[in-house]
Design a protein around this ligand. Structure first.
Ligand SMILES: *[C@@H]1O[C@H](CO)[C@@H](O)[C@H](O)[C@H]1NC(C)=O
Ligand SMILES: *[C@@H]1O[C@H](CO)[C@@H](O)[C@H](O)[C@H]1NC(C)=O
Ligand SMILES: *[C@@H]1O[C@H](CO)[C@@H](O)[C@H](O)[C@H]1NC(C)=O
Ligand SMILES: *[C@@H]1O[C@H](CO)[C@@H](O)[C@H](O)[C@H]1NC(C)=O
Length: 391
C-alpha cells in the first residue's frame, strides 16, 4: 500500500519521546483515549514540539487515502499534523508559516518541502484535506486544490507494512530533520478530524483537552493568571532610533499590568497599568506618573536619549494628543538591551520569573520597533493565549 505517509526519523528519538510520555503520565494512568475527531486546542501547555494526541494503526487496516479536518487560527506559524511510517523513517509534517500551509515530506531518499495555498490565519474555520495518490500528495483547502506534490524515487517501491503513527500539535521526529525550520507553537484549534478513515482511538498526552472558544477575535488574551516575558535583547534596536512601543486595544476592558520593563539590578524602567474601576491607565517611569483615560484606543510610547514621547489616541473624541517629556538617559539603550519586558504582569524582585498584578483582558495588538510582537516567542504562562481572544 503506497497509500500512506512513509517516512522516517530517528528511531531512538521517537522511542524516547513516546517513552518519556508514558513516564510523565505515570503507570499508564492519566493517558486518556479520545476520538480522532476531538476538538484540539493546539496551544495547550506542554513541551513545544510534543503532540497533544497521537495514535498508531496497523497499515494493513487502512482503507482510505484521505485525512480531513478543520482548522481555525489567527497564528501565522506553528505545527498542525504529523504522520510517519517505519517508526519515523518516512514522515510527513503539515504546518503553517506566514499563514500559508507548509508540507514537509521525507520518503525513502527524498526530502522535500512545499508551501502554497491561501493564507489560513484569518480566524475562520477552514477545511483541509490531505490525500495520497501514489506518487502525489495533495492538499486541498476548503474544497479547492491547494498544493500538489509529486515525488519519484530511484528506490524500488517497497511493500509497506508495519505501523502508521499520526500526531496532532507536534512531531515524533527530531526537528533538525526538517528542511524548513519553524516555531512550533500554534494558537489554533483543530476539530472534526477524519484520519484515513480509521476508528482507532487516539492517546491524549494531557489529562483533559482544553476546549476552544466558540468565537475568537485577533489579539492576545490574558485571563489574570499569568504573563509573558521577553529578553529585550531579541528586539533590534539601532543606536539613534530610540525604542518604540505601540499598543491598540479597548483599554476599558483591561485591568492589571499591561507592560513593564525591568533592567537588571535596577528598578522598573517603566510600567503601564490599566484600572477598570478608576477607568485610568497609568504610565509610570521612576517617580513620574502619567494618567490617561481608559477610553484610549492606541498608545505609542517612544524612548530616545533625550526624550520620552507619548501619543494617545482617543476613540470617542477622535483625537490624538502628544506629550513629550525631556529625559536625560544616555545609557538607556545599553540598559534596555539587558532588560526584561513583560506583557500582562509585573516581574518580581530577583531574576526568577515570578509575577504579579496580572492582566485581565484582550490586548488587540502590540508592536515593538514597528513589528508585531509574537507572544509565541516569549516564556509565557499557559493561560496566555498568543493570537486570539474570546469574542
Ligand atoms: C498487522 O496486521 C497484520 C494482518 O492482520 C498482522 O499479521 C500483523 O502482525 C499486524 N502488525 C502489527 C504490528 O500489529
Ligand atoms: C470507512 O470505514 C468504514 C468502516 O469502518 C467503511 O464502511 C467506509 O466505507 C469507509 N469509508 C471510506 C471512504 O473508505
Ligand atoms: C533570557 O536569556 C537568559 C539567558 O540567555 C535565558 O536563560 C532565559 O531563558 C531567557 N528568557 C526569556 C524570557 O527568553
Ligand atoms: C469597548 O468596550 C466597551 C464595553 O464592552 C464597549 O461598550 C465599547 O463600545 C468598546 N469600544 C470600542 C471602541 O470598541
Amino acid at each position: 500500500m503506497s497509500l500512506v505517509w512513509k517516512v522516517m526519523a530517528l528511531l531512538v528519538l521517537s522511542l524516547a519521546l513516546l517513552t518519556c510520555g508514558a513516564e510523565v503520565q505515570g503507570n499508564g494512568q492519566g493517558k486518556k483515549q479520545v476520538p480522532g475527531s476531538s476538538t484540539v486546542h493546539l496551544s495547550q501547555d506542554r513541551d513545544i514540539w510534543r503532540p497533544l494526541i497521537h495514535t498508531t494503526v496497523n497499515l494493513s487496516e487502512i482503507n482510505s487515502i484521505k485525512s480531513s479536518f478543520e482548522l481555525r487560527t489567527f497564528d501565522p506559524e506553528g505545527v498542525i499534523f504529523y504522520g510517519d511510517t517505519k517508526n519515523g523513517v518516512d514522515w510527513f509534517v503539515l504546518s503553517l508559516k506566514d499563514g500559508i500551509p507548509l508540507m514537509q515530506i521525507s520518503r525513502g531518499d527524498i526530502l522535500i518541502s512545499v508551501a502554497g495555498g491561501p493564507k489560513l490565519n484569518d480566524g475562520k474555520w477552514h477545511t483541509l484535506e490531505v490525500s495520497n495518490h501514489g506518487k502525489f500528495v495533495i492538499l486541498e483547502v476548503d474544497g479547492s486544490e491547494g498544493v500538489t506534490v509529486g515525488m519519484k524515487s530511484q528506490q524500488a517501491d517497497e511493500v509497506i507494512s508495519g505501523e502508521l503513527r499520526l500526531a496532532l500539535g507536534g512531531i515524533l521526529i527530531s526537528k533538525e530533520k526538517m528542511i524548513v525550520q519553524f516555531e512550533p507553537r500554534m494558537d489554533g484549534c483543530v476539530r472534526k478530524g477524519s484520519w484515513l478513515n480509521i476508528s482507532t482511538p487516539w492517546q491524549s498526552e494531557v489529562e483533559d483537552l482544553w476546549p476552544c472558544y466558540q468565537n475568537i477575535r485577533p489579539g492576545s488574551y490574558f485571563s489574570g493568571k499569568g504573563f509573558a516575558i521577553f529578553n529585550t535583547s531579541v528586539f533590534l534596536t539601532e543606536e539613534d532610533d530610540g525604542i518604540k512601543f505601540e499598543l491598540w486595544s479597548n483599554f476599558t476592558q483591561m485591568d492589571g499590568t499591561i507592560l513593564s520593563i525591568k533592567a537588571p539590578e535596577q528598578g522598573l524602567m517603566f510600567t503601564l497599568v490599566a484600572n477598570k474601576n478608576t477607568k485610568v491607565v497609568t504610565f509610570t517611569r521612576g517617580k513620574e506618573k502619567t494618567y490617561m483615560r481608559n477610553t484610549l484606543r492606541r498608545l505609542l510610547i517612544k524612548f530616545s536619549e533625550d526624550s520620552l514621547l507619548l501619543v494617545i489616541e482617543e476613540s470617542e473624541l477622535d483625537s490624538t494628543s502628544t506629550t513629550i517629556m525631556p529625559m536625560n538617559h544616555p545609557g538607556y539603550l545599553t540598559t534596555w538591551r539587558k532588560s526584561r519586558l513583560t506583557v500582562g504582569g509585573l516581574l518580581g524582585e530577583g531574576e526568577d520569573s515570578v509575577g504579579s498584578q496580572f492582566l485581565t483582558g484582550c490586548l488587540e495588538k502590540i508592536q515593538i520597533q514597528g513589528r508585531d510582537l509574537d507572544l509565541d516567542l516569549a516564556v509565557k504562562h499557559m493561560s496566555v493565549s498568543s493570537h486570539s481572544c474570546p469574542a
